[in-house]
Design a binder for this molecule. Structure first.
Ligand code: RIB
Length: 299
């Protein structure tokens, strides 16, 4: 079983010719609405790939709450521990996507910011039983710290989005940052080369292994003194929103199934690549058969 503790957002997505600069208004295309939130995206990604997934999170008491909980349940996620917060809006994300598939996102956390350590303690049985517990940074540190403390298996921490002042849980077995998040964690400028990324990641102590996601450049695995660069699969991206979430969900499934970190990361790269070829975060994450067919076509 996989436990995911994290956010649920209603994503409002607008295609834009380019991302606006401060003071600029950009006329975009028709808006689309999708279930999202890094936590929910990772939970759904894992469930679509065959994982048994329990989710811990908070929604408000509005229409968006029902939509998000129903969407997760319909994908097979155990939503027992998604709690409702009265008189608080459900989390929302305003997402702009340019023609290259690059996004910019404003998250209004709403009920996600009300998730507590006690909420995680209420799900202690799920967290204790999970082979992998997956955490991100769209809920308060206190909730993440409690979840890591209660986790019976591997703790996978995706420090996304980069949040100034966020404190990673004291116990992290696998840290999965992108370049920006790595820079935020280490207090260093964004590293470009594999050597600079390695040097920055090695400044991080306390994580058993680090997997740095590099978008179109693949991923970098660092375990002790070992380092492995896995290139990305070549695809033409339509919308990269949620690719990191597909990666984390797939990584959790593969690790829970007992694959090595290298095997798991390659499989997760395939899931992330497929997700970039479709629009939306949660709707774009692939099923297991799709990932296997994608890999078979490239072997
Ligand atoms: O990672 C993509 C997600 O970031 C979106 O679904 C949005 O809700 C934000 O949380």
């Amino acid at each position: 079983m996989i436990a995911v503790v994290g956010s649920l957002n209603l994503d409002l997505v607008a295609p834009v010719p380019h991302h606006p600069v401060p003071g600029e208004t950009v006329l975009g295309g028709d808006i689309a609405q999708h279930p999202g939130g890094k936590g929910a995206n990772q939970a759904v990604a894992a469930a679509r790939l065959g994982g048994e997934v329990a989710f811990v999170g908070r929604v408000g008491d509005d229409d968006a709450a029902d939509l998000l909980v129903d969407a997760a349940r319909e994908q097979g996620v155990d939503t027992t521990h998604i709690l409702r917060t009265p008189r608080v809006p459900t989390g929302r994300a305003l997402i702009a996507v340019n023609p290259a598939g690059e996004n910019s996102i404003i998250v209004s956390p709403g009920a996600n910011s009300r998730l507590t350590a006690a909420d995680c303690e209420a799900a202690a049985d799920r967290l204790a039983a999970a082979k992998v517990t997956v955490l991100q940074q769209e809920v308060p540190d206190a909730a993440n710290h409690a979840a890591a403390r209660l986790a019976g298996g591997l703790v996978l921490y995706n420090p996304a989005p980069a949040v100034e002042g966020a404190v990673p849980p004291p116990r992290v077995d696998l840290l999965v940052p992108n370049r920006t998040e790595l820079a935020a964690l280490t207090g260093t400028p964004e590293a470009e080369t594999v050597d600079d990324i390695t040097a920055a990641a090695r400044k991080l102590t306390g994580a058993g292994a680090v997997v740095v996601t590099l978008g179109g450049d693949g991923v970098l695995l660092l375990e002790g003194t070992a380092r492995l660069h896995i290139p990305a699969f070549a695809v033409t991206p339509t919308d990269t929103t949620g690719a990191g979430d597909s990666f984390c969900g797939a990584l959790a499934v593969a690790l829970a199934e007992g694959r090595t970190l290298e095997q798991a990361a390659r499989w997760a790269c395939a899931a992330a690549a497929i997700s970039t070829t479709r629009t939306g975060a949660q709707p774009s994450s692939p099923g297991r058969d799709e990932v296997e067919a994608f890999l078979a076509a490239r072997s």
